[in-house]
Design a protein around this ligand. Structure first.
Ligand code: AMP
Length: 410
């Protein structure tokens, strides 16, 4: 491929020697590809995002090893072209493996696996459970295979970490045959994030293990998990990532009869109801303004009543879910916040913990106020019954690590 390398892409100043045995982590979505090239010791990374794929505005935003920003226009470019360009940008670093984030692994996979024909077919087949995500992941795997057939690829499933849930948590109270014949059950998502932050919290706490954590991944997508001794015991997302908490544009839990009611009352189609619950609900639906909490917070501060209600509902639902998930844990060490909201919004963390007022939680307001913008730390007062932590998530790091492990490179 060197022949086709556009010299404009070549990072002349790069210190390639420092980026030893890097792994390329790819997150291929329906209209975007997020990527990170991560050195063996996780100390150095090169990152970027291809966005608006398929549109005239398709482009790659790339940050070089020296922190310089490049923007490359690829009008109308889809996954294959975007990946070709990304691989050209990164080829000089001689990555030794590619790890793909894959949303749905069904119940077959409880850990990362090396891609072969069977695994690729499974990723495609599981489109029935993740129609928006799995086809894009399969495209990414095939595009890399076509360009670099000799580089090993690994898939890291968002669902895998939750495979330790017991049936009492993962089964739905519906006829048994739907589970046995059609695999209808709770799978859970954001697995790499919940795994990473709970493991990190266990590393940094002074409390001796085993630990019981409630992990709250609060971003545009939101989920909460009960993790005991490194194992997921229950989680808020279900068969799909729609169940559970209120999110940026997703409703989270609603009455399952809502579909029937809307069909009868408004003659809405199942597709329209699904789109409404996934794309027009959550913070956006209640505030009528935005799915971005910063915008909603600004409006609430200016007295916008719907924005205020959106924030109150968001926090109430997170608190209520965390309280209920605590039932899954033999003992509870504390709560770990992560994701764009969990890592940055001091007031949201405070409100959520106020909802959980029967848990003996005491917040150290100064410590809480200092935790944003990527900082990690605890914010419980000394006499708090529960520990409180902010741990910035690092799914790429975890995917790179699992990729190396799956290939026995560590
Ligand atoms: P993520 O999907 O993890 O990137 O998180 C996106 C969400 O994090 C959006 O709702 C943002 O509004 C929210 N977010 C990011 N930074 C802040 C901040 N400083 N304060 C409040 N919310 C934030």
């Amino acid at each position: 491929m060197s022949d086709s390398l556009n010299p404009n892409f070549y990072d002349q100043n790069a210190e390639t020697s420092t980026l030893t045995n890097p792994t390329l982590v790819l997150n291929c979505g329906s209209s975007s590809i997020k990527y990170a090239l991560i050195s063996e010791d996780n100390s150095i990374r090169i990152t970027g995002l291809a966005e608006n794929l398929g549109l005239d505005t398709a482009r790659i935003k790339h940050t070089t090893i020296n922190g310089d920003k490049l923007e490359i226009s690829i009008p109308g470019g889809r996954h294959k072209l975007a990946l070709q360009k990304i691989l050209e940008l990164l080829e000089q670093y001689h990555f030794i493996a590619v790890g793909h984030r894959v949303v749905h692994g069904g119940r077959e996979y409880s850990e990362a696996v090396r891609v072969d024909e069977h695994v690729l077919d499974e990723v495609k087949r599981l489109k029935i459970l993740a129609p928006l995500h799995n086809p894009a992941h399969a495209l990414g795997i095939e595009a890399v295979q076509a360009i670099y057939p000799e580089i090993p690829q690994v898939v890291v499933f968002d669902t895998a970490f939750h495979q330790t849930m017991p049936p009492v948590a993962f089964r739905y109270p519906i006829p048994k045959s739907l589970y046995e014949e059609y695999k209808i059950r709770r799978y859970g998502f954001h697995g790499t994030s919940h795994a990473y932050v709970s493991e990190r919290a266990s590393e940094i706490t002074q409390t001796k293990g085993p630990h019981g954590w409630l992990t709250a991944h609060l971003g545009n997508g939101c989920s909460a998990t009960a993790v005991y001794d490194g194992k997921s015991l229950d989680t808020s997302m279900g068969l799909t990532p729609l169940e559970g908490l209120m999110m940026g544009t997703r409703s989270g839990d609603v009455d399952p009869s809502l579909h029937m009611h809307l069909k009868r009352q408004l003659d809405m189609s199942l597709e329209d109801i699904d789109a409404m619950l996934n794309k027009e609900s959550g913070l956006l639906g209640i505030s009528g303004l935005s799915n971005d909490l910063r915008t909603v917070e600004e409006a609430a501060n200016e007295g916008h009543q719907d924005a205020k209600l959106a924030i109150e509902m968001f926090c109430y639902r997170v608190g209520k879910y965390l309280a209920s998930l605590s039932c899954a844990l033999p003992e509870l060490t504390g709560i770990v916040f992560t994701g764009g909201i969990g890592e940055n919004s001091v007031t949201t963390r405070t409100r959520i913990l106020e909802v959980m007022r029967h848990f003996g939680i005491k917040v150290d307001a100064n410590k809480n106020a200092g935790l944003f913008g990527g900082s990690e730390g605890s914010f419980h007062a000394e006499d708090s019954h529960l520990e409180l932590w902010v741990v910035p998530t690092d799914e790429e790091c975890r995917i790179a690590q699992e990729t190396r492990e799956a290939l026995s490179l560590t």
